[in-house]
Ligand binder design. Structure first.
Ligand SMILES: *[C@@H]1O[C@H](CO)[C@@H](O)[C@H](O)[C@H]1NC(C)=O
Ligand SMILES: *[C@@H]1O[C@H](CO)[C@@H](O)[C@H](O)[C@H]1NC(C)=O
Ligand SMILES: *[C@@H]1O[C@H](CO)[C@@H](O)[C@H](O)[C@H]1NC(C)=O
Ligand SMILES: *[C@@H]1O[C@H](CO)[C@@H](O)[C@H](O)[C@H]1NC(C)=O
Ligand SMILES: *[C@@H]1O[C@H](CO)[C@@H](O)[C@H](O)[C@H]1NC(C)=O
Ligand SMILES: *[C@@H]1O[C@H](CO)[C@@H](O)[C@H](O)[C@H]1NC(C)=O
Ligand SMILES: *[C@@H]1O[C@H](CO)[C@@H](O)[C@H](O)[C@H]1NC(C)=O
Length: 492
């Protein structure tokens, strides 16, 4: 019984086909005191080799500056504009003429996001959302642009009350008819579902039920694998679980073949005293791992052949945004164009630079005796080069077991993993894509050259966590039950 389950787990964890073409785009919000000029913004995008951007409106300066750059552009109808357009086909036609037809093809506008999380932010407008999308689509048809430009509307996870486990997720029935019409529209027009999915908010509201590593795409130990009890799919990250929850909810309404594009995700790098998870380290880790995951080109477990195209939120910190401190600190760049933290946003950077660098380090808090054994083994039979951690050598400091073991484990792993060496060391080791090197101590596999193409946009940011979240007892209970199930499952 146990063997069978593990075999199935391994099987399921191993299915990843080679779908092609995942892209990373970036949201460009402009609620900034010293907003760079449109030309400067486009220069930054080119320097960072960004291929896809989403604007929260249809700013004429930016759309002009983006012409003849090849950069693909998603423009947005603001929530204020949705109201007028939903009531008037001629308002829709005027919007398309002014904001799309006037720029295409020299500016490569390929999609229109209609409103922002309308069902959560302006629920009263729900009845006119689908009419607005329809009128815009008809205007595109009249301009013969409907094959080039797709229309959809970004939804938050707030309309899926219980996203965990993913297989049982369904849309809030309050929105039955609206969502049904939206999906029908998407299917009829060969468009896609726009999802705003923030593991940051899900993590914060789950009150520690999920490990932080799961929210940050870090490897989970085998005992903590997150497995959907119904499908036995393994979830290596909360991000993938949220995308799959949405695929399940779509399927529950009997729609198939609708791809999901993540229009917003990200992690704030700085927050107020009551926002301890908004740190530079977490933001960097999340975005780095996200990018690596998307460029991997495989989809989430339930849809392995559909890449998870994703727009990161966001290019610039938006200092003028209202709300908690974190709200101003989602950017990967300061308004002056300097990177908040190094981050390579383009696939070509990755291929040239560090596409495959995974480091093996000692797990924080690992048992000291086991660490010592692991270190001795790595430097002995494991044939790691442990010279650099001897007294007087560059990696001697910090003189801790943790640090020395990390160096030795990694040296062993870099040499041996291609021939089957693993990063385990009796459970005391873990892999990471964060280079553990310091200025003086370079870990094997580290790029010692300075990494180019690092970086980090304005608009309506993530709407704060929707209601129906952490305070909802049913939601809490479902999390606890799921967590208990997983524990039982994994120790069986
Ligand atoms: C616009 O983007 C689409 C999708 O990537 C691409 O197929 C097309 O060639 C681009 N058009 C121009 C003019 O760059
Ligand atoms: C569904 O949405 C309605 C309207 O926003 C809300 O009142 C209700 O609590 C939601 N249901 C669940 C289960 O979250
Ligand atoms: C929504 O759809 C579900 C499943 O089809 C059904 O059980 C429920 O009664 C519907 N709710 C409303 C408000 O139409
Ligand atoms: C989906 O299709 C199945 C089988 O045809 C049917 O039993 C079910 O009621 C349908 N569900 C919805 C929400 O239409
Ligand atoms: C792609 O991602 C899957 C799931 O995280 C992983 O199993 C697989 O090894 C990755 N492939 C590459 C080439 O990184
Ligand atoms: C850019 O702005 C950041 C934050 O205000 C500041 O720390 C940095 O020094 C600035 N860089 C340049 C080159 O002006
Ligand atoms: C990186 O390190 C290697 C080995 O220590 C050295 O040969 C090489 O010159 C270094 N490259 C740079 C750009 O510092």
């Amino acid at each position: 019984m146990m063997l069978e389950i593990w075999l199935r787990l391994i099987l399921f964890c191993g299915i990843f086909s080679n779908a092609l073409g995942g892209f990373i785009g970036i949201n460009i919000g402009t609620d900034i005191s010293n907003l760079p000029s449109a030309t400067d913004i486009v220069a930054i995008l080119k320097a960072r080799q960004i291929t896809n951007v989403r604007l929260f409106d249809a700013d004429a300066h930016l759309l002009n500056a983006l012409s003849n750059t090849g950069i693909e552009v998603m423009v947005s109808v603001t929530n204020e504009e949705v109201l007028g357009i939903g009531e008037s086909p001629s308002a829709a036609a005027a919007w398309i003429n002014k904001n799309v037809a006037a720029y295409v093809p020299s500016t490569n506008i390929t999609s229109i996001s209609v409103g922002s999380e309308v069902l959560n932010s302006i629920p009263n407008a729900a009845p006119i959302l689908v009419p607005a999308m329809n009128y815009l689509h008809k205007a595109l048809v009249s301009s013969d642009l409907n094959h080039r430009v797709k229309v959809s509307t970004p939804m938050s996870m707030g309309i899926i009350p219980r996203p965990f486990p993913p297989s049982t997720a369904s849309f809030n029935t309050t929105w039955n008819s609206t969502i049904f019409q939206i999906l029908q529209f998407i299917q009829n027009t060969n468009s896609f579902y726009m999802l705003n999915a923030y593991p940051y908010y899900e993590y914060v509201k789950s009150n520690g039920i999920f490990p932080m590593d799961y929210a940050l795409f870090r490897p989970l130990s085998s005992v903590k694998q997150i497995v959907d009890p119904n499908t036995l799919f393994c979830y290596n990250s909360m991000f993938e679980a949220l995308v799959d929850a949405t695929y399940s909810a779509i399927k529950a309404l009997n729609f198939t073949g609708i791809p999901i594009v993540v229009t917003e995700t990200g992690w704030p790098w700085f927050g107020g005293v009551n926002e301890p998870d908004a740190t530079l380290e977490n933001a960097k880790t999340f975005n780095e791992n996200l990018i690596q995951r998307v460029f991997n080109d495989s989809g989430p477990p339930s849809q392995p052949t559909i890449p998870v195209n994703t727009y990161i939120y966001e290019l610039f910190n938006e200092d003028k945004r209202p709300g908690p401190v974190s709200e101003k600190n989602w950017g990967v760049l300061f308004a002056n164009g300097t990177a908040v933290y190094p981050l390579s946003l383009s696939n070509s950077d990755r291929v040239n630079a560090d596409s495959s660098t995974v480091f093996c380090i000692a797990k924080p808090g690992a048992d000291e005796n086991k660490l010592q054994n692991g270190l001795d083994w790595a430097c002995g039979p494991g044939q790691a080069n442990c010279k650099a951690i001897q007294q007087g050598q560059p990696c001697y400091f910090p003189d801790t077991l943790q640090s020395h073991a990390s160096y030795a484990y990694n040296d062993y792993y870099q040499k041996m993993h291609s021939s089957g060496g693993t990063c385990d060391f009796d459970g005391t080791a873990t892999t990471t894509t964060n280079d553990p090197s310091s200025k003086s101590c370079k870990f094997s596999g580290s790029l010692n050259s300075s990494i180019s193409g690092l970086f980090s946009a304005p608009a309506f940011g993530p709407v704060a966590p929707f209601s129906g979240g952490s305070k909802n007892p049913a939601y809490q209970l479902s999390l606890v039950l799921w967590a208990l199930f997983l524990l039982w499952f994994c120790f069986m």
